[in-house]
Design a protein around this ligand. Structure first.
Ligand SMILES: C[S@@+](CC[C@H](N)C(=O)[O-])C[C@H]1O[C@@H](n2cnc3c(N)ncnc32)[C@H](O)[C@@H]1O
Length: 208
């Protein structure tokens, strides 16, 4: 998977296809993260979470890892005005493993939905190992509602989205794999869930 070719189009594509929806989901739990010190955002991408997070929590130490140099470059530009910008890591999880048991908060925005089951398990394992035993994990992702029209609608949107990203960036996943069982297996429990656009997008706050 290589997001470099998409990096310069990512902002306008998000604005045109989703308006403010994805950013509202990214920012949903920011007030609940007050007091956190060390935060890791994996697959940070274009930096919209990082900017909103550091504007709200300027004293936190934010580390952002991303496999795409061009996405990181956009994120760097977006956050360079901040007094304490993030620490940037250009690397792919889980080949790059964060330091063990140091982060109070793990953040994954529209990242876990990129992976097929086996790969997802190793990504979640590497990130979970970097969390302390009292950490939170903010998971913002596309989701499949349980039933009804909302489920059919989400299915149709997912299939268009996955077809696009598989062609554009060689995304390894063909369908969405919910990460919930993996998070539970690593000791996290769901503390809060916000849903957007008929359950198409979720912002979940998990805690250990
Ligand atoms: C769908 S984009 C999401 C970007 C952003 N977090 C957002 O909220 O829109 C996925 C991001 O994950 C990055 N990525 C993909 N695989 C990765 C990996 N194994 N380790 C770190 N970053 C990765 C991509 O380069 C891309 O920036």
């Amino acid at each position: 998977m290589d997001f470099d070719p998409l990096a310069r189009h990512y902002d306008w594509m998000e604005a045109v296809t989703a308006g403010s929806l994805l950013q509202r989901a990214r920012a949903a739990w920011l007030p609940a993260l007050s007091g956190c010190r060390r935060v890791l955002s994996a697959g940070e991408g274009h930096g919209r979470f990082a900017q909103a997070f550091l504007e709200r929590h300027p004293h936190a130490e934010l580390t952002c890892v991303d496999a795409s140099g061009r996405m990181l470059e956009r994120a760097r530009r977006r956050t360079r005005h901040l007094p304490a910008p993030p620490r940037w890591v250009h690397a792919a999880v889980p080949a790059w493993r964060p330091e063990p048991a140091v982060y109070d908060v793990i953040v994954t925005c529209f990242f876990l939905d990129c992976f097929p089951p086996a790969h997802l398990a190793s990504v979640v394992e590497a990130l979970a190992a970097s969390a302390t035993d009292r950490s939170a994990w903010l998971v913002v992702d596309f989701a499949l509602p349980a039933r009804g029209l909302a489920r059919w609608r989400a299915r149709a949107i997912h299939s268009g989205m996955y077809a696009f990203f598989r062609a554009a960036v060689d995304l390894p996943a063909a369908v969405l794999t919910p990460p919930d069982a993996l998070l539970r297996a690593h000791g996290f429990r769901l503390d809060g869930r916000r849903e957007y656009s008929w359950g198409l997008v979720r912002a979940d706050l998990w805690r250990r």
